[in-house]
Design a protein. Structure first.
Length: 254
């Protein structure tokens, strides 16, 4: 769940950066670059902290949406987080130098963001199936990043405007992926709770059946013991004493 929250934060920051680029694309002032750098730094720092926390946490068993057990791997390395962290420091520390390289830097960030979305979706496939839509959206972001890096002349008329909308689109896609992942985790948690309840019910039934069997066995053994005692008493002959057998005058009044 912490990873999902990080995705929401990263998406919001990307949308804010995109809107700043769209609105102030013609104002190559220092403060815009510094604000963007601070936002990227915060996003990268949060991603790295969440990664360290999840890496040190104990892994828990999980099942997919069909109830089959799966093994969860360690959290994926925050490539986008590291990139955002470094970019934030560079933008905030050297705003006047990186202004001319803004298009290439934003293109690289879009590529890293698309790769991060691919990695996230690949990890979610273990839990549930995903439609083609979730794979096409990062592909669009990836292509835009490639254009900004290798063919910036294609967007030379308004590069920051184009990349600003691309950043907004990336943020929206990140939000959609975060909602999807959150729903999948809820389904998995519901299935795990249901299976745990069924296991507890089966264990309770087994204990109850075992108790009943022990009670019935004890009753049967007690009944058999009583029947055996009665049988022994009924089969024991009444023996006369030797004196009664040897003395013929007994009973004759002599």
């Amino acid at each position: 769940m912490k990873t999902v929250q990080t995705s929401f934060i990263r998406a919001i920051i990307a949308i804010v950066v995109g809107l700043l680029l769209i609105k102030y694309r013609e104002d190559t002032v220092t403060w815009i670059t510094i604000i963007i750098g601070v936002l990227f730094f915060i996003s990268g720092l949060i991603s790295c902290i969440v990664y360290l926390v999840n890496r040190n946490a104990k892994p828990t068993a999980a099942v997919d949406v069909e109830g089959r057990p799966i093994s969860l791997n360690k959290p994926t390395f925050p490539v986008v987080g590291i990139g955002s962290l470094v970019l934030g420091v560079v933008l905030a520390a050297f705003p006047t130098i990186v202004v001319n390289w803004m298009v290439y830097i934003l293109g690289a960030i879009l590529i890293l963001g698309a790769v991060g979305q691919y990695v996230t979706l690949a990890s979610v496939v273990k839990l549930s199936k995903l439609s083609l839509y979730f794979w096409l959206m990062p592909s669009f972001v990836f292509v835009v990043g490639l254009i900004a890096l290798f063919k910036p002349s294609w967007i030379a008329s308004a590069p920051l405007l184009f990349l600003g909308w691309a950043m907004v689109f990336y943020g929206v896609v990140e939000c959609a992926n975060a909602f999807k992942i959150m729903n999948i985790h809820r389904q998995v948690a519901r299935i795990e709770a249901q299976q745990q309840a069924e296991c507890e019910a089966m264990e309770a039934d087994a204990v109850e059946v075992g108790t009943q069997d022990e009670t019935e066995t004890s009753s049967d053994l007690s009944g058999l013991s009583k029947q055996s005692d009665l049988s022994d008493q009924s089969t024991t002959p009444t023996n006369n004493t030797p004196e009664e057998q040897d003395n013929p005058n007994l009973g004759a009044g002599i």
